[in-house]
Design a protein around this ligand. Structure first.
Ligand code: DC
Length: 218
């Protein structure tokens, strides 16, 4: 077991893992890695440069040379705030497509491991426990039913003043789950050493407390 503790929280899109992971990190005073943001930043940069979503080599080059800074609650790409721009559905769908390319994943691996710093790390994504931090002290597979996730995403978008259709959101989420779960490299799945946390009927703070109590039991 490594000296620096890692809590790996993997799960599907819109499961709420980001919000829960951030709260757990804050409570423990740990660093936080939002690995999905890295894939989304590659997608955003590719869109800005008009790089085709099938151009593996160019996408891997973008991933290897991303100029990004995570500071307080903001994410900067090439010195400009990209925090909100990377959260669009379009950016998420493109991120899911390009994350299936092994060269892109490889280019982002070391960048993710740089977050492994004392006093500890909470990392969320799809392959935190399986590939990036296999020695994580606690591995959680955080999920919720697709219908609940679509409702949560809908509420989030409406709060931001973005009009959205639940049926279409549900369709997109299912397509994304399918793609993220069936790709040949680092597919989204519950590892045998990961604890299952279904948050369908839990609040964010109940989910946070469950993870903290699991962590404190170790
Ligand atoms: O968690 P998210 O919705 O922000 O992630 C966006 C996409 O990035 C997701 O559909 C798949 C990909 N991703 C990945 O392949 N591996 C990760 N560790 C995190 C995200």
């Amino acid at each position: 077991m490594s000296q620096i503790p890692v809590i790996a929280i993997d799960g599907p899109s819109a499961s709420g893992k980001g919000a829960v992971a951030q709260l757990v990190a804050k409570t423990l005073g740990f660093h936080y890695l939002d690995s999905g943001a890295l894939y989304r930043l590659v997608a955003l940069k590719a869109t800005q440069l008009h790089v085709d979503s099938t151009d593996h080599d160019q996408l891997a080059a973008i991933a290897a040379h991303l100029d990004i800074v995570f500071q307080n609650q903001e994410i900067y790409l090439d010195g400009k705030i990209a925090t909100h721009e990377i959260r669009t559905e379009q950016c998420g769908i493109l991120a899911s497509q390009i994350s299936a390319y092994p060269q892109v994943r490889k280019a982002l691996t070391e960048r993710q491991r740089k977050f492994f710093q004392p006093p500890g790390l909470v990392a969320d994504g799809r392959d935190m426990g399986s590939i990036i931090f296999p020695n994580a002290r606690l591995k959680v597979f955080l999920t919720a039913s697709a219908e609940i996730r679509a409702q949560r995403r809908h509420k989030q978008l409406m709060e931001k003043g973005i009009d959205a259709n639940i049926a279409l959101l549900l369709q997109d989420l299912k397509a994304r789950d399918e793609r993220d779960s069936n790709r040949s490299i680092a597919p989204l799945k519950q590892g045998i050493d990961a604890k299952l946390l279904d948050t369908s009927s839990l609040t964010i703070s109940e989910a946070q407390n469950t993870i903290l109590s699991w962590y404190n039991e170790i």
